[in-house]
Design a protein around this ligand. Structure first.
Ligand code: DX5
Ligand code: ZN
Length: 220
């Protein structure tokens, strides 16, 4: 089994001490920065936009994984590339021409991700999985941090892993929402490659230790 990557979600960071929290991730055993962009239309919440991502990117020393929870993401692909995104994930539910969007993301030199809402079956990726670098399975309804993990995600990881193997694809599987030390091991065993963790990391009293422990549990 390959190593499971941990991606702390900056949505749960202290925005009054953003540089401190970015440095904490830099110094920790975390692998990626997970950055949630919400537009108040696709999801019922607004997070932050380009100026904040620009500041994060100036200090971040690890892969920047941007999760767009916005309608019509094609409008901003170039901008997110210029801001330093390494991976750009769009929602399946927000893309009328998903194949075209994936090509546009890759043309800007980024890895292309697709996120699926909890209600969306993994089979919708049957014809695009070979064009996808990362599938983000939402294990909560997107829009907010700190929600409870939806247990059916365990089944979806197995289904997605089966699809990837059957198609000879190389997409990584990322789990986003409600990840804790309680579900990390089962997710990894089912085939997850990347675990996003917001509240579990940033609400803990010793954040680097929590990251280290989550990583150890996932890889145990
Ligand atoms: C939810 C976001 C998640 C969120 C995860 O819409 O996409 O990335 O920040 O936060 P936790 O780990 O607190 O559920
Ligand atoms: Zn996210």
């Amino acid at each position: 089994m390959s190593k499971i990557l941990i991606a702390p979600s900056i949505l749960a960071a202290d925005f009054g001490n953003l540089q401190r929290d970015v440095e904490m991730v830099n110094q920790s055993e975390a692998d990626w920065f997970h950055i949630d962009i919400m537009d108040g239309v696709f999801v019922p919440n607004i997070s932050f936009g380009m100026p904040v991502l620009k500041s994060i990117a100036q200090h971040a020393k690890k892969t920047i994984d941007v999760h767009l929870m916005i309608v019509d993401p094609d409008r901003y692909i170039k901008t997110f590339a210029e801001l330093g995104s390494d991976i750009l994930t769009v929602h399946y539910e927000a893309c009328t021409h998903l194949h075209r969007t994936l090509q546009a993301i890759k043309a800007e030199g980024m890895k292309a991700g697709v996120a699926l809402n909890p209600h969306t079956n993994v089979n919708v990726l049957e014809d695009t999985i070979n064009d996808i670098d990362l599938v983000c399975l939402m294990s909560v309804n997107p829009g907010f941090g700190g929600q409870s993990f939806i247990e059916n995600t365990h089944n979806k990881v197995l289904q997605l892993k089966e699809l990837i193997m059957r198609k000879g694809a190389s997409a990584q599987i990322e789990i986003d929402g409600g990840v804790t030390s309680k579900n990390a091991k089962q997710l990894a065993a089912a085939g997850a490659d990347v675990l996003v963790a917001g509240s579990f990391v940033f609400k803990s009293s010793n954040q680097p230790k929590t990251i280290k422990e989550l990583r150890a549990i996932a890889n145990s």
